[in-house]
Structure formats: C-alpha cells, structure tokens
Design a protein around this ligand. Structure first.
Ligand code: FPP
Ligand code: MG
Length: 261
C-alpha cells in the first residue's frame, strides 16, 4: 500500500475541531445511520460485499473516535427490519460479517480497557442462531462496563420498538402490575430496547452518511422526542472520515448558538 501524506491544512483543521469539541458541552449520545456501502462499491467497481466489509472497517474507526472524544453512548444502525428484504446471499454475508465483528469486539483490548458495554437492540430473535450466540457472548463479556455504551441496532425498526413497548406495558396493565394512569414518558422509555436493563437514552445527534436526508425509522422515541441534531453528509459510509465525524459533533454542540463549527 502506498503512503499518501495527509494534507497539513486537514491535520490543522482536525486538531482545531477536536480542541473546540473538548472545550464544549459533551455530546453524550451519537446515533449513526451507516449508509452507502453498495453505492460506494459500485463507484469503485468492487463487489457489494467488499463495500460492506469496508463499511465495517469504518465502524471500527468510529468506535476509536468515540472513545477519544468521550462520547458516552453510540448507537449504530447495522441491520434494519427492512434489510430482511435483501437477497439471501447479501443477508448471509452481512450476518457473517456482523458476527465476526462481534467476535472482534469481544476480543478487543480497547473494548475492555475502555470499559465499553456492548448491547444489541432490536428483534434479535429474528437473526440466525450463530449470530445471536455471538451477540450474547459479547454482551456477557462486557456487561459490567459502564464507561461507554455501544448499542448495535439489529433487526431494528423504530415503529416496531414502540409496538413492543406498548405490548409489554399492556401486559403489565392486564396483569395488574401497573395501572394505566401510571403510564408516562419515563415508563414508556423503560420499556424500549433493550428491554432487560439500562435503556438507550435520548439521542443528541443522528449522523447519516450517503447523501439521503431521512432518519429512516431509527430511534423515533429517543431522537424525535428530544431536540436531537441531525447531520446528513454526502460521503458513503466506507469513506466517512474523522473530520466528518468531528464536524458532526461540533454541529450538534453549536446548534442554535450561532457559533460556527
Ligand atoms: C447500508 O449501506 C449498510 C448496511 C445495511 C450494513 C451496515 C453494517 C455494517 C457496516 C457492519 C457494522 C457492524 C458492526 C456490528 C460493528 P447500503 O447497503 O444500504 O448501501 P446503499 O445505500 O449504497 O445501497
Ligand atoms: Mg442504503
């Protein structure tokens, strides 16, 4: 691989952004719609599978950036309920790729030294059993950590999450465990994914790569109920750079304040 020197202006801008971010109000929860793997692959003339693999490499880098910037919660949209409509070969490839990432995460020194708790959110029972097993292993190996939370949305759909919460609450009302009048925002929030333990908190920033201006049924309660910032950017997920990430964080910090990133 050839060494491409980085532009000094880029390095300077990255440092400047980083110091401004660290001096500003922390952006605690970043949610990311990782989009554009296949379009990237098409443009580069490589297979869509390679596009997904390169996308997963970006995911790894983003985790490093989150640790560096002190982001407390990161939630990644890795496989939506709509993604079940893709072809069998692509789904199998994605499930295998995601499974291998869970193995890597469980064995990663950075995860353990950084105190990162890994959790899957979504209808995990719809995923292949071997992937479910790896998810459980990674969750189990990190369950005592609380410095940072990595939530991976799999078989996830925002409306389905609300339906599941409503059903769970309705069951408790019919069993007499709670009264209908007790159902309020915090009780609903506590029935969202993951339903066993600390729920995913309100989102401060949603990032979407790949040029589309949509939030695609991602975390409707946690993001829309909160004045969450949205950062839509053109790069496809495999080419998402640290500078894009830092700009997104800075945008969330300065939203409404009139400051420039
Ligand atoms: C969207 O691009 C991407 C996906 C459906 C897969 C995302 C999954 C990963 C990057 C793996 C992350 C894994 C973990 C668990 C760390 P697209 O296929 O919709 O591409 P397009 O928009 O160009 O069609
Ligand atoms: Mg897409």
């Amino acid at each position: 691989m050839s060494f491409i020197p980085r532009n000094p202006a880029y390095i300077f801008y990255e440092r400047l952004l980083k110091s401004r971010i660290l001096a500003g109000t922390p952006v605690e929860h970043v949610a990311i719609i990782q989009d554009g793997n296949r379009r990237y692959a098409r443009e580069k003339g490589i297979s869509r599978f390679m596009g997904h693999s390169l996308g997963a490499d970006t995911t790894e880098k983003v985790l490093d950036w989150c640790l560096e910037m002190g982001v407390k919660h990161i939630t990644l949209y890795a496989f939506s309920t709509e993604n079940f409509n893709r072809g069998e070969t692509e789904k199998s490839y994605l499930f295998e790729l995601i499974k291998n990432k869970f193995v890597d995460l469980r064995n990663s020194k950075k995860i353990h030294s950084g105190g990162v708790r890994i959790r899957a959110i979504g209808r995990v029972e719809m995923l292949p059993q071997d992937l479910q097993d790896e998810i459980s292993r990674a969750e189990g190996a990190t369950r005592d950590y609380e410095t940072m939370y990595l939530n991976v949305a799999l078989a996830y759909g925002g409306q389905r999450e609300l339906v599941d919460a409503a059903r769970s609450l309705a069951r408790q009302v019919s069993q007499g465990t709670i009264r209908a009048a007790e159902v309020d925002e915090s009780l609903i929030a506590s029935h969202l994914y993951p339903q066993n333990g600390v729920s995913v908190p309100k989102v401060d920033l949603i990032i979407r790569t790949g040029g589309d201006y949509r939030t695609s049924n991602f975390l409707p309660w946690q993001a829309n109920g909160n004045e969450c910032a949205a950062y839509f950017c053109a790069p496809y997920w495999p080419e998402f750079r640290k500078i894009d990430f830092l700009r997104a964080i800075r945008t969330a910090q300065t939203r409404g304040s009139g400051q420039q990133a």
